[in-house]
Design a protein around this ligand. Structure first.
Ligand code: SAM
Length: 251
């Protein structure tokens, strides 16, 4: 079944090149995904109101706020015209994007992404027409277009058939609550650095153990916060305890 991603914002032209390239472009050509871009200015206020889409914030402060009439009219029209099941708004104040959220969104029929600009969108419009607010990380970028691109790409990878080998999404960083192990390809030695020997051994069990340990090592070094939630075996815990012990001795 084809999944449609509708994108509503002030800069709909920003998306086309990205979504028509590589993996997502192929999925689109195969009819698995469809992207529809909608210009928010098409719902701007009338001529007497200068075709506005934003206004100054009540209470003062810098920047502009996107008008609730414009947002609500646009979202409601699009919901009527297309079978949109769920409306997502990208905002740094949203729930963090993670694999579970992306997978859940991939199971909804058609999605509408609302891209903010300026200071964001009037809260009444958010309360009235937005189903979910998502953040791509603890930093602020200039507009929702880039954030929506990130969320849509992460969601599209979970749509059946988009990635040929579905195992690829299962092994990736964050899926099992850990960062992924490092990858190597030819040549066997590059600038005096050899590929880890175990990867050339053809021994699947040893390769799997090595990858698991490298995953644990990376996660411990770079994102120790993830280990609290990760599903760890007795062997994993023993390996981590050894790492910590070695580190203490080195210091
Ligand atoms: N005043 C807002 C705040 O502090 O929460 C930031 C507004 S930002 C300049 C403009 C738009 O960029 C937002 O409405 C949102 O759509 C998008 N945006 C910025 N950072 C984001 C993030 N980390 N995740 C998702 N969207 C983001």
């Amino acid at each position: 079944m084809q999944k449609q991603f509708h994108i509503l914002g002030l800069f709909p032209d920003l998306f086309k090149d990205y979504f028509s390239s590589s993996l997502l472009g192929k999925a689109q050509a195969a009819g698995l995904l469809d992207f529809k871009y909608h210009q928010l200015r098409d719902w701007s206020l009338g001529k007497n109101q200068h075709h506005a889409v934003d206004d100054r914030p009540y209470g003062g402060g810098s920047g502009m706020v996107m008008l609730p009439e414009v947002i609500c009219a646009a979202v409601r029209d699009l919901k009527k015209q297309h079978q949109i099941e769920h409306v997502v708004m990208t905002t740094p104040a949203g729930h963090p994007l993670n694999p579970k959220r992306a997978r859940d969104l991939s199971q909804k029929k058609n999605l509408l992404f609302l891209c903010g600009r300026y200071e964001g969108i009037d809260q009444r419009a958010v309360d009235l027409v937005v189903d979910e607010e998502i953040s791509i990380g603890d930093y602020v970028i200039s507009g929702g277009e880039l954030a929506a691109t990130v969320v849509i790409d992460a969601v599209a990878r979970f749509v059946p058939g988009v990635i040929r080998n579905d195992d690829a999404t299962v092994e990736e960083s964050h899926e099992a609550g850990l960062l992924e192990y490092p990858h190597y390809t030819r040549p066997e030695e590059f600038e005096n650095i050899p590929v880890p020997e175990v990867l050339l051994s053809g021994h699947h069990g040893k390769i799997a153990d090595w990858r698991r340990q490298e995953s644990l090592r990376r996660t411990w070094l770079r994102r120790p916060d993830l280990l609290k939630q990760a599903d760890l075996s007795e062997d994993d815990r023993r390996f981590l305890a050894e790492l910590i012990h070695k580190k203490k001795i080195e210091n």
